[in-house]
Design a protein around this ligand. Structure first.
Ligand code: BGC
Length: 396
């Protein structure tokens, strides 16, 4: 199965999950001095993978993977540590990081917000503040000015609805609120922030600007579903997809799709199969990816899969996972979907948010007992061959 010429092959990472010592942000504060009666986070991010210092080594791995692109994120807290106060040496640091990727022939897909907020911004009420899009827009504009020449695509916000859900609906992530109203306000502000940032970046230059959206495929149980289950699935998919994407209108050059799982509904409840389950208990269903891609055709924007991966510490399922997901991508392309790239989540094992370090999503293991040595897993070489040949060999 040959992929189109020029198809983008990459891996994705994010700053807080890999860099280490990412102080001055809301997550770092929350991770410190956890009281015993609080379950999460299971551990603090600490030095993480030390990618702040070891980024060249990480990009060497991307090169070894025969990747032609990489997705990273910029930490807002380091770049703008106080309102309107930009840190010159951090800007220089990230210019070096981006240049290091470029030197290795990697196109750069750069996320501006990946779940963490500067402390000054959080102190103003974070994304519940009506002015939050304005603050974000100023930072986005500065990034366009400082990094524009080194960036192939800006991705404004990572998974706005996942952020609103985890931080404001189920209260698992900072600022740990459980309030549907606030969660809705946050989603509206994130949407406004994307549109404002899109326009601000475009005012600096003709850059490519997208948004990263996690989309879950919801399907009625094939044998047990009621008429109501079918309606529930349609409604949940609408909330997860159209509700956010429709109002964006033309203020988007590409959609970054993060796909992890499908949810099946039977009699109003989740009833998934347990045939292929990740270490986090997520049901792996490659068919769901194809269905989402086919559905997204109606939006008519180019699509990149900006995240797709599996927590699999023993690396026993990852190879088949990659194969099956890419078969879904191939089929979608054959059916006319404008899918231009695939970024596997993730390059190296990293800080999996409230779960700490135990879920292993990496193509490369990080050996904590051995100076954070990077040790490629078997699936690393499997993915490297696909990227080299721009094709997958069909397997049963
Ligand atoms: C996030 C990543 C995370 C991954 C796996 C996505 O929701 O963007 O930061 O590590 O899922 O849970």
């Amino acid at each position: 199965m040959n992929f189109p010429k020029g198809f983008i092959w990459g891996t994705a990472i994010s700053a807080h999950q890999t860099e280490g010592n990412d102080t001055n942000c809301d997550w770092w504060e929350w991770e410190k001095d956890k009281p015993d009666d609080r379950q999460f986070p299971l551990e603090p991010s600490g030095v993480a993978c030390d990618s702040y210092n070891r980024y060249s080594e990480d990009f060497d791995l991307c090169k070894e993977l025969n990747n032609n692109a990489v997705r990273i994120s910029l930490p807002w807290n380091r770049i703008e540590p106080g309102e309107g106060r930009f840190n010159r040496s951090e800007i220089e640091h990230y210019r070096k990081v981006l240049q290091a990727a470029k030197d290795r022939g990697l196109k750069t897909f750069v996320t501006l917000h990946h779940f963490t907020n500067p402390l000054w911004f959080a102190g103003k009420g974070g994304w519940t503040n009506f002015k939050s899009p304005q603050y974000f827009k100023n930072y986005a504009k500065k990034c366009a000015k400082e990094f524009g020449g080194l960036v192939d695509a800006f991705l404004t916000i990572n998974e706005p609805q996942v952020y609103a859900l985890m931080s404001y609906t189920n209260g698992m992530w900072p600022p740990n609120k459980r309030n549907y109203f606030l969660s809705l306000i946050v989603q509206i502000n994130l949407l406004r922030a994307h549109i404002d940032a899109y326009k601000a970046i475009k005012s600096v230059g003709n850059f490519t600007v997208g948004l990263v959206k996690n989309i879950v495929w919801f399907e009625p149980h094939p044998t047990e579903a009621t008429f109501l289950d079918k309606a529930i699935c349609k409604f949940l998919y609408f909330l997860n997809c159209d509700l956010f994407l429709k109002p964006i209108g033309k203020n988007i050059d590409l959609l970054g799709l993060n796909y992890y799982f499908t949810t099946r509904i039977s009699h109003g409840r989740v009833k998934n199969l347990d045939d292929v389950i990740s270490d986090l208990g997520w049901w792996i269903n490659p068919m769901g990816l194809e269905k989402i891609l086919l559905d997204l055709k109606r939006f008519k924007f180019p699509i990149y899969i900006t995240e797709n991966g599996i927590a699999d510490a023993k690396d026993i399922r990852r190879k088949k996972f990659i194969h099956d997901m890419l078969v879904s991508c191939y089929k979608a392309i054959a059916k006319g979907v404008d899918l231009r790239g695939y970024f596997h989540w993730t390059l190296i094992d990293n800080y999996e948010w409230h779960q700490g370090f135990w879920p292993k999503f990496g193509l490369v293991e990080i050996d904590k007992k051995n100076g954070l040595a990077r040790i490629p897993r078997k699936s690393f070489y499997y993915y490297a061959n696909i990227c080299k040949d721009n094709k997958i060999e069909l397997q049963e």
